[in-house]
Design a protein around this ligand. Structure first.
Ligand code: PLP
Length: 230
């Protein structure tokens, strides 16, 4: 399978220009922002093509697919894999293997399982916060953010770097990300250098940048529409 490299280059360039514009408008440096290309549902060949175009940060949200792709693309040794999906404790070892950063730690059990999965080195993690009223969505509820951050801070092989969230559909992204920024400040009272913020997708990354996002998770605006799932 081949991909039209030209279309990908154009979309990457356009998005990177929009990221730089939004950063400057917010008085920020574009280089302080990590643009993660979310490649879920797309085949490994697309990731290889992105890599060829200079992309070094990609995001996946399903463990099986993530594990298969990290294995198949293990020759791309300086490619950073970001795990951004819900995690089952029993799959923590597979998630930790190969991950540069796990964005979706939302319960103590998952944090403990990730910590136990490897005794060497440190894994960078974010606390994912649920900004919706639906407890079924990923993320810890806002009132438990403090306790979860404190718990992670006590785990020897995890390094808490910041917060992550997805904006709810029924709220303006600006207001949702303003709330996230407050939770970020709260987490920094527990771990002062947990200053990163993973927020912003295809439709709301400019608002996320304005609110201080350091890690953007952008999928379809760069990859094109995702293949239909079987
Ligand atoms: C799929 C996904 C994205 C990217 O979504 P787009 O709208 O395609 O940019 C970002 N974050 C998470 C958690 C996702 O699952």
């Amino acid at each position: 399978m081949t991909f039209s490299g030209d279309a990908l280059i154009d979309r990457l360039k356009t998005i990177d220009e929009r990221i730089a514009d939004a950063a400057r408008a917010a008085g920020r440096e574009p280089t302080d922002i990590t643009r993660i290309v979310v490649t879920k549902f797309h085949p490994p060949e697309l990731i290889r093509e992105l890599y060829r175009l200079g992309v070094r940060d990609v995001g996946e949200n399903r463990q099986q697919e993530y594990s298969a792709k990290t294995e198949e693309l293990s020759d791309l040794s300086d490619l950073n894999w970001h795990f951004i999906g819900q995690i089952q404790s029993k799959k923590a070892k597979a998630v930790r293997a190969g991950a540069a950063l796990v964005h979706s730690v939302d319960r103590e059990r998952v944090a403990d399982a990730l910590d136990r999965a490897d005794s060497d080195g440190q894994l960078d993690v974010f606390v994912q916060i649920n900004l919706t009223d639906d407890p079924g969505r990923g993320g810890v509820s806002p009132e438990s953010v403090d306790a979860l951050a404190t718990h992670i801070a006590g785990l020897p092989t995890l390094r808490l770097r910041g917060v992550m969230a997805v904006a709810p559909l029924d709220e303006s992204p600006a207001s949702a990300f303003a709330r996230l920024r407050n939770y970020s400040a709260l987490v920094q009272t527990v771990v002062p250098d947990a200053t990163w913020m993973s927020a912003g997708m295809t439709t709301d990354f400019a608002e996320a940048i304005a609110a201080g996002a350091t890690h953007l998770r952008i999928g379809s605006a760069i990859t094109g529409p995702r293949p239909v799932q079987g």
